[in-house]
Write a protein that binds this ligand. Structure first.
Ligand code: SAH
Length: 483
């Protein structure tokens, strides 16, 4: 090894360039990028250097070189093209112990410039000990071609998170963690320009690393996933099996519909992670694939994962997709049914979903169908049945319009139940023709269900449990029953 490759910290250090030509200008640029305080000594200046000097980026001394110019310098460059001046610079620098580079003359230099690839903060430097600079540049080009342009962004991303990882993980776990960041989804996403994706993948990775280092998982044991229906909100409506499994979980992944009172029933040490979506299920906080990945990774690390979903996992809950993903990955899982919102709301509002003589069947429909022409609206509009719309609050008007267009009578009974089974539950009853207008004046918000059918008019249980709604109702407020 003829030279030792090192990276010099030059921030605010005095760098002296002797010579004012084009090459001197290039070296000045490089030193300025490294943060040096640059002084150029030369009787005349190249125009690039002129503008730099005029802008105050560097100090220009319009003089011939004197050894004293190197006093206090930490690096010196001679680029005059005049051998005697270059020799004088080299000699003065050596006398002062200042590293010196004489352009195109390795014999007068104590250091040489490598060919560089700058993906700051990542730098690649290639040298040939001055013997084959063209070959060094060729090597640089080949390396350059395989390094992604966003390498610097990845390095900065990692740098910004260094100290938080240091706090979160023990020394032993850190190296493997960073390996997974660089080689895994976070790194790939960031290099592809998807910073939000990289951030999510990073958080998930950190979480898994923390969980697996803190939980007593016995190392090699395969974990499992419990897909648990949390019911409509009231924690007393959890099943016994849901409670048992929540008590065993190392980690709980929960949706927006799961209230704090339900989460409290999980094992105290269990790590609770929100992976929710908005009420209409559209705008995802955590994309569905990321939830699959998180469940699978946790289980592979030997953790017991409770995947807690509002209502029942298999009713408009994407539970089917999660089970498919787990089965594909070979992860053992268990599905625990929950009381779906329609059942909670029906009980809370005292509406029997089927009732002798009034409804022989009940249908659960997603409100997304409001914009769907493939659905058989005529079947939904027929009598002697009950139809429950989930996720329909934002689309009430079009749901009602479609039902009426398909033959449902304007006088058909309808009810909206907001936050069913929770202390804030509200029930709004009206005819099909009135329900949308009354809903907006009452300010009904998700989560809420629309129930349509003659059974809404019966309110068998509700009438004994709550004061009857005033008849005839005049305002929306009159129609809202507290329970
Ligand atoms: N898997 C859930 C449904 C998820 S879809 C279940 O079985 O209940 C989300 C929709 O469920 C909401 O838009 C709303 O229509 C309904 N929902 C969930 N909880 C509710 C509650 N406490 N009160 C009223 N509607 C609710």
């Amino acid at each position: 090894m003829d030279y030792l490759p090192v990276f010099l910290q030059l921030r605010a250090a005095r760098a002296v360039i002797v010579g004012g030509g084009r090459i001197a200008a290039r070296k000045a640029d490089l030193l300025l990028r490294a943060g040096a305080r640059v002084t150029v000594v030369a009787p005349r200046l190249h125009e690039d250097l002129h503008s730099r000097a005029a802008a105050g980026d560097l100090t220009y001394l319009p003089e011939s070189f004197l050894p004293a110019h190197l006093d206090g310098a930490v690096i010196a460059i001679a680029a005059t093209g005049l051998r005697d001046v270059n020799t004088a610079v080299s000699q003065a620098a050596r006398e002062r112990g200042v590293p010196v580079n004489v352009v195109d003359d390795a014999s007068l230099s104590t250091f040489i410039f490598p060919a560089i690839i700058d993906r700051s903060p990542v730098m690649v430097a290639v040298g040939s000990a001055g013997q084959a600079p063209v070959l060094a540049r060729w090597v640089r080009e080949r390396i350059e071609a395989i390094l992604p342009a966003s390498l610097g962004a990845l390095a900065r991303f990692m740098g910004e998170r260094r100290s938080s990882v240091q706090r979160a993980l023990g020394a032993g776990a850190r190296r493997a963690f960073w390996e997974r960041i660089v080689r895994g989804k976070a790194g790939t996403d960031l290099l592809a320009g998807d910073e939000p994706g990289a951030r999510r993948a990073f958080e998930a990775e950190l979480l898994i690393s923390q969980l697996t280092t803190s939980a007593a998982t016995g190392g090699s044991a395969l974990g499992e996933v419990y897909l648990i229906g949390a019911g409509p909100g009231d924690p007393d409506l959890l099943t016994l099996r849901a409670l048992q499994l929540l008590q065993q979980a190392d980690v709980v992944l929960y949706d927006r519909l799961v209230p704090p009172a339900v989460l409290e029933r999980a094992r105290r040490e269990a790590r609770r992670i929100f992976v929710g979506k908005s009420h209409d299920g559209n705008e995802g906080h955590t994309p569905q694939e990321d939830i699959h990945e998180l469940m699978i990774r946790c289980a592979r690390e030997g953790l017991k994962v409770a995947r807690l979903k509002g209502g029942d996992p298999f009713i408009f809950g994407r539970g089917g997709e999660e089970v498919e993903a787990l089965a594909r990955a070979g992860i053992p899982y268990l599905v625990v049914p929950g009381i779906t919102a329609a059942l909670g709301a029906a009980a809370g509002a005292g509406i029997p979903l089927t009732h002798r003589g009034l409804a022989q069947s009940v249908t659960f429909v997603t409100g997304h169908v409001a914009l769907d022409d493939t659905l058989d609206w005529r079947t939904l509009a027929r009598g002697r049945q009950t139809v429950v719309f989930y996720m329909g609050v934002g689309k009430l008007e079009s749901i009602v319009a479609r039902l009426r267009a398909a033959g449902a009578p304007d006088t058909l009974a309808a009810a909206l139940i907001e936050r069913a089974t929770l202390p804030e539950q509200r029930v709004l009853r009206a005819t099909l023709a009135q329900i949308a207008g009354l809903s907006s004046s009452a300010g009904i918000l998700p989560p809420a269900l629309l129930i349509v059918g003659d059974v809404v008019g019966t309110s068998v249980a509700a009438e004994s449990a709550v004061p009857p709604a005033p008849q005839p109702a005049e305002t929306a407020a009159d129609l809202i029953q507290p329970i």
